[in-house]
Design a protein around this ligand. Structure first.
Ligand SMILES: [Zn+2]
Length: 91
């Protein structure tokens, strides 16, 4: 069962395709990221960030729509299980 974290999800700013940060190359949002569906250039907006260095201000919700608050419970989008928090990491 595919698993994603709500903090990593986004919606393409051009075509609304569901995106995940984990499926993007590298770990910084930059001009080289393209939507796998429409090939549009993705910016911070597709991942719900207020600016390139800014805070996350929108989260993808259960209906594949932007929410202005982070969801508090795990949910599903189709076959994708979306978790609201990552597993704890112990050092
Ligand atoms: Zn797209």
């Amino acid at each position: 069962m595919p698993l994603a974290y709500v903090d990593s999800l986004g919606l393409c700013e051009h075509c609304q395709t569901l995106l995940s940060l984990e499926s993007m190359p590298g770990d910084a949002i930059n001009g080289d990221w393209k939507c796998p569906s429409c090939k549009g250039i993705l910016t911070h907006r597709s991942f719900g960030y207020e600016s390139e260095q800014g805070h996350k201000v929108q989260w993808v919700g259960p209906r594949k729509k932007w929410l202005s608050r982070k969801p508090q419970k795990d949910f599903r989008i189709g076959k994708l299980e979306v978790a609201v928090s990552r597993p704890m990491v112990f050092w």
